[in-house]
Design a protein around this ligand. Structure first.
Ligand code: PMT
Length: 409
C-alpha cells in the first residue's frame, strides 16, 4: 500500500473541529508512507491543534494566511493547487464544506481548494444533527457533483460500533483510500499511449455575420471524457465547437472549430492517426446554404427565407474510413424511440459503441453536470444501463467499457 504514496505531493487541509487532533496522526501516516505533505489550516483549526505540531510532523511551515505576517511573503494558493497530486481535507467541518460548495473563498484553505487541479478528498466531521441538516446534506451532495470524493466511515461499521454519523473516518482508512486512488491511477491502463480524438460542444452554422444556428451543448460531457481518458494515459485531442469549458488535464490538446464542416475537416485529418474516436459533439445536422456576407436588415425587407442543406455526418464519414483496430464511439441524443434510434445510428454509422442519453430523463443530456446513459456495444445483445451520475462518473464508466474493447481487440 505504502509505495503508492511514495513521493506524492499531498495538501492536508485542516479545519476547526474536535477531530483536528486526528489529523496529526493522519499527517504522520502520510509522511511515513513517503508522501510530501503541505499542511493548510483554517484560522479556526489553530484553536484545536497547533501549527507547530503540524509543521514539526510535516517538516514544512504550515500555511494558514494569505501572507506571512512579519515578512509579507505571499502564499500562492494557485501554485499550491498545481503542486498537489491530491488534496485531503480532514476534518472538514460543516462551515468549510458549505464554503467549498458555494465558492466562498475567504481563507487560504478554500482558495487552495478552488485552485486545486488534483483529486480532492473530504472527510466530514461534525455533530450528528449538523450532519443530518438539509443544508449540510445538500452541500455534501454538491461536493460530490463537483467530483470530490467524500470519505466517511462505512454504514455497517457505524452500526456495529454504535458510533454516530458525522465521526471523522479513521486516519488509517483515509490513507488507505488515498493509496488505493493512486494505485488505480497508476495501474497501466490499456488506454495508455492510445491516441484519441473527442468531438465536443455544439457547432455554429452562420446565417450572416451576426447570427447563427446552434444548440444547447456545453461540452461538459465531452471534456469530462477527454480528461478521464487522459488521466488513464491516452493522448487526447478534443475537436471542439465554441464552449466555455476547458480541459482540467493539461495534456489534452484542443482544436477549436466553429461549423460542422470545420469539425468534419479536422476529424478527417486527425482520425487516420488515432486509435479511438469519441463523437460527443452535437453537430448541427443542417447548415445554411448561402450565408449572407452582410448583416440581414430588418427594415424594408420581407422576412428572409433561409435555405438549409445537410451538414456532413462526421461519425458516418469516420465509420466509412475506419480501419481494423480503430474504435469508433458515437452518442445518440434522443427524445423518443430511444433504443431503436440508438441501435439504428450505431449500425448506419458503423460504430463500435453508442452512448444513448435521452432528454426525457431528468438531469440527462445538455448542460447539466449529470447524465444518465445506456451503452450499446456492437456484437453484444444486451445494453448496459447506468443510473443518473455526474458526467465525470459517466466518463469513467465509458472509459472502463473502452478499455474492455481494447483488451478484446
Ligand atoms: O455538451 P453537454 O452540454 O455536456 O451535453 C452532452 C450531449 C447531450 C451533447 C452529449 O451527451 C450527446 O448526446 N452528444 C451527441 C449529440 C448528438 O448530436 O446526437 P445525435 O443523436 O444527433 O448524433 C448521433 C451521433 O452522430 C453523435 O455521435 C454525433 O456526434 C454524430 N454526428 C451527428 C450529426 C453530424 N452531422 N455529425 C456527427 O458526427
Amino acid at each position: 500500500m505504502d509505495n503508492h504514496l511514495q513521493g506524492k505531493h499531498i495538501i492536508l487541509g485542516i479545519t476547526g473541529g474536535i477531530a483536528a487532533y486526528k489529523s496529526a496522526m493522519l499527517l504522520r501516516l502520510l509522511v511515513k508512507a513517503g508522501a510530501e505533505v503541505q499542511v493548510v489550516m483554517t484560522p479556526a483549526a489553530k484553536e484545536f491543534i497547533t501549527p507547530v505540531t503540524m509543521s514539526a510532523l510535516s517538516g514544512k511551515p504550515v500555511v494558514s494566511e494569505f501572507f506571512t505576517a512579519n515578512t509579507g511573503e505571499w502564499h500562492s494558493h494557485v501554485d499550491l493547487g498545481l503542486w498537489a497530486d491530491a488534496m485531503v481535507i480532514a476534518p472538514a467541518t460543516a462551515c468549510t464544506i458549505g464554503k467549498m460548495a458555494n465558492g466562498i473563498a475567504d481563507n487560504m484553505l478554500v482558495t487552495t481548494y478552488l485552485s486545486a487541479k488534483s483529486q480532492v478528498f473530504v472527510a466530514p466531521a461534525m455533530d450528528l444533527d449538523m450532519m443530518a441538516h438539509p443544508s449540510t446534506v445538500a452541500n455534501i451532495g454538491r461536493l460530490r457533483e463537483y467530483g470530490n470524493i467524500i470519505i466517511e466511515p462505512a454504514a455497517g461499521e457505524l452500526a456495529s460500533h454504535l458510533v454516530g454519523k458525522g465521526r471523522m473516518e479513521e486516519p488509517e482508512n483515509i490513507v488507505a483510500v488515498l493509496a488505493d486512488y493512486f494505485r488505480r491511477k497508476e495501474a497501466l491502463s490499456p488506454l495508455s499511449g492510445k491516441r484519441v480524438v473527442v468531438t465536443a460542444g455544439p457547432t455554429r452554422e452562420k446565417i450572416d455575420p451576426v447570427r447563427f444556428i446552434s444548440n444547447y451543448s456545453t461540452g461538459k460531457m465531452a471534456y469530462a471524457i477527454a480528461d478521464e481518458l487522459a488521466s488513464r494515459g491516452a493522448a487526447v485531442t478534443v475537436v471542439s465547437g465554441p464552449v466555455s469549458v476547458a480541459p482540467s488535464d493539461r495534456s489534452v490538446k484542443v482544436v477549436d472549430v466553429e461549423s460542422g464542416r470545420d469539425m468534419a475537416a479536422a476529424c478527417e485529418r486527425i482520425f487516420p492517426e488515432s486509435d479511438i474516436a469519441v463523437m460527443c459533439a452535437a453537430v448541427a445536422d443542417y447548415t445554411v446554404e448561402a450565408p449572407s456576407p452582410t448583416k440581414i436588415k430588418r427594415e424594408g425587407n420581407q422576412p428572409p427565407e433561409i435555405r438549409l442543406v445537410k451538414n456532413p455526418d462526421i461519425a458516418r464519414k469516420l465509420g466509412a474510413m475506419k480501419r481494423p483496430g480503430q474504435i469508433l464511439v458515437g452518442f445518440a441524443l434522443e427524445t423518443d424511440n430511444e433504443m431503436e434510434n440508438a441501435i439504428d445510428k450505431m449500425e448506419r454509422k458503423n460504430l463500435d459503441m453508442i452512448v444513448l442519453n435521452s432528454l426525457r430523463d431528468k438531469g440527462a443530456g445538455f448542460a447539466t453536470d449529470t447524465n444518465k446513459v445506456t451503452v450499446f456495444t456492437k456484437g453484444e445483445p444486451e445494453p448496459q444501463s447506468f443510473p443518473l451520475k455526474t458526467k465525470k462518473e459517466v466518463a469513467a464508466d465509458l472509459a472502463d467499457i473502452i478499455e474492455h474493447q481494447l483488451q478484446a481487440l
